[in-house]
Design a protein around this ligand. Structure first.
Ligand code: GDP
Ligand code: ZN
Length: 305
């Protein structure tokens, strides 16, 4: 039988089959050995094969290849990584122009991380009902910058329901992740889409009262209209990716597109002469904020939110 992992406790896995049946399954030792660098070999979102053994226990026999996955580092000293979730179809980044104002830096960090993880992003500009003229001008600029380089976006109001039908359409039958600064309206949005859902994204403690490491696990919930939302304690660590300097440009679509026009093959577009990227910044074909963040991120080693 085939199922999708909707919850992992580290020893038991909740599975859901295509017809909607649910099982609690175990794994066999060989998965632990094959995935030695990870503390938990199976992640929420994994597609697995399983069988019912002679003791009537569901046993996972195979993990299908993951199309993507997000990881976090374990908090203890083992330096192992922990796969939080896999097979994510779309990450929704909720962004607001006021209360709070989401910075370009925050957005760009999220976008390069998503690019590195191969996860498509939809930017949800929330609180559209509440903006002043000036904030609407900011909004137009943000949309121009991100739509020009190919990111999808929607103007929404989680409060009034504006365009939530379009959000549903984009979420339907997909595995989604919803991210964004505190206060941008993630809970309000999720409540509007699924009033019974009470996500725990904020209730994470990596150490219990005795100071021992307690692993926190992700789970995902089904939308009433089809598809899943991942509720993950690691959501804040979506930014955990290590990139080489030369690699960063791969995750800025507008820089990536121009790189072959630079004079030097190994151009990183900072001080090199005859650089197509620096020319494009000069002519405003590349947004200054995007280039500034590219340069800022180049100087960092680990891209953490
Ligand atoms: P979270 O921290 O991202 O989960 O944000 P919340 O959902 O808790 O929302 C933070 C505040 O913003 C709350 O007071 C919400 O009522 C308000 N809020 C959320 N969405 C909207 C919206 O579309 N319009 C307006 N005006 N307020 C909103
Ligand atoms: Zn260059």
């Amino acid at each position: 039988m085939k199922g999708i992992v909707t919850k992992s406790t580290g020893s038991w896995y909740h599975l859901r089959t295509e017809d909607g049946s649910t099982y609690q399954a175990r794994i066999r030792g060989k998965f632990r050995i094959a995935n030695i660098k990870h503390t938990n070999p199976i992640a929420v979102g994994d597609e697995v094969d399983f069988e019912i053994d002679k003791d009537d226990v569901a046993v996972i026999t195979k993990i299908h290849d993951r199309k993507n996955y997000i990881i976090r580092k374990s908090v203890n000293l083992s330096k192992k990584t922990h796969i939080i979730a896999s097979n994510i179809d779309v990450a929704f980044l909720v962004v607001t122009m006021a209360n709070p104002k989401t910075s370009f830096g925050f957005i760009d960090r999220f976008l390069i991380t998503a690019e590195a993880y191969h996860i498509p992003v939809v930017i949800l500009f929330n609180k559209i009902d509440a903006y002043t003229e000036d904030e609407l001008e900011d909004l137009a600029l943000y949309k121009h910058i991100y739509n020009t380089i190919g990111y999808e976006s929607l103007d929404i109001s989680a409060e009034t329901g504006l365009n939530l039908d379009l959000v549903k359409e984009r979420m339907k039958d997909n595995i989604s992740l919803v991210s964004g600064h505190s206060g941008v309206g993630k809970s309000t949005l999720i409540n509007a889409l699924h009033p019974d859902l009470n996500l725990k994204t904020h209730q994470v403690s990596d150490f219990n009262s005795k100071g021992q490491h307690t692993t926190t696990f992700a789970q995902m919930f089904e939308w009433p209209f089809g598809g899943f939302i991942i509720d993950t304690p690691g959501i804040k660590e979506f930014g955990l990716v290590h990139l080489e300097k030369s690699e960063l440009q791969n995750y800025f679509p507008e820089i990536f597109e121009l790189r072959s026009e630079c004079k030097f093959d190994n151009c990183i577009h900072v001080n090199e002469p005859k650089c197509a990227v620096q020319d494009a910044v000069e002519s405003m074909q590349i947004a200054p904020s995007r280039y500034e963040n590219y340069v800022t991120f180049l100087e960092e080693e680990i891209y953490n939110q």
